[in-house]
Design a protein around this ligand. Structure first.
Ligand code: CA
Length: 227
């Protein structure tokens, strides 16, 4: 599945190598050569993941990571640090600054892609292509299909994204605002009651196989999917 990935790296050849490989793997890539450029890119499009070089011309990567972690808009974005240093000390500093993972140069593009997939699977499973099944309800992101036994259920694109998010985060209650953020994305101005409209459609779509019962409206809080 394609994700929005921001590559923050000041060495043009390495930035190019990473960007081309990520694009080849189907991701949408934004590039930045400094911390200031990274800030500007993040203001435009909130990335799903950031690949962040340790040594930037204007700020240490660790300092940028720490700053991103302290900002509400960027605090949940997974970060993979790149570094030329291999010392254990640096690894600890990188992870303490808030990075989710750490990769040492030189690395193969294949290794970076594998790390990205692992971090997304852990931090944002709704962005991966893994098929997921709960109570006989099966969602296949790659094929964009929802099935129960041999029955195919027909969902609109928003209901599909909503169900994918809920199935990858079962048993947790999400408010309408949180769902707008996670499913619709920020920079999208949608009224909270729109969420209710899509839940109504989602329940209707799941009704034929009785899976609408998985979705609970939690009074005063939001919604939860039982898994
Ligand atoms: Ca650098």
């Amino acid at each position: 599945m394609s994700s929005d990935i921001l590559v923050v790296e000041d060495e043009p050849a390495i930035q190019e190598l990473i960007a081309v490989n990520l694009e080849h793997a189907g991701h949408r890539v934004q590039r930045a050569g400094s911390a200031a450029e990274a800030d500007a890119r993040i203001r435009d499009v909130r990335p799903d993941l950031i690949v962040l070089d340790w040594m930037l011309p204007d700020l240490a990567g660790t300092a940028l990571a720490r700053r991103l972690r302290s900002d509400a808009r960027s605090k949940d974005i997974p970060i993979i640090m790149l570094t030329a240093r291999a010392q254990e000390q640096d690894k600890v500093a990188g992870l303490e600054s808030g990075a989710d993972d750490y990769i040492t140069k030189p690395f193969s593009p294949r290794e970076l892609l594998a790390r990205i997939k692992a971090v997304l699977r852990r931090r944002a499973p709704q962005l991966t292509d893994d098929t997921i099944e709960i109570a006989g309800l099966r969602l296949d992101p790659a094929a964009h299909r929802v099935t129960s036994d041999s029955d195919e259920l027909h969902l609109g694109p928003t209901e599909f994204k909503l169900l994918h998010f809920l199935m990858t985060h079962p048993e947790r209650v999400y408010s309408r605002v949180q769902l707008l953020d996670h499913v619709w994305g920020d920079h999208v101005f949608v009224e909270e009651r729109t969420v209710d409209v899509h839940f109504r459609r989602l329940r209707q779509a799941l009704e034929p196989t009785g899976h609408d019962r998985l979705i609970e409206t939690v009074r005063g809080s939001g919604y939860r999917l039982h898994g």
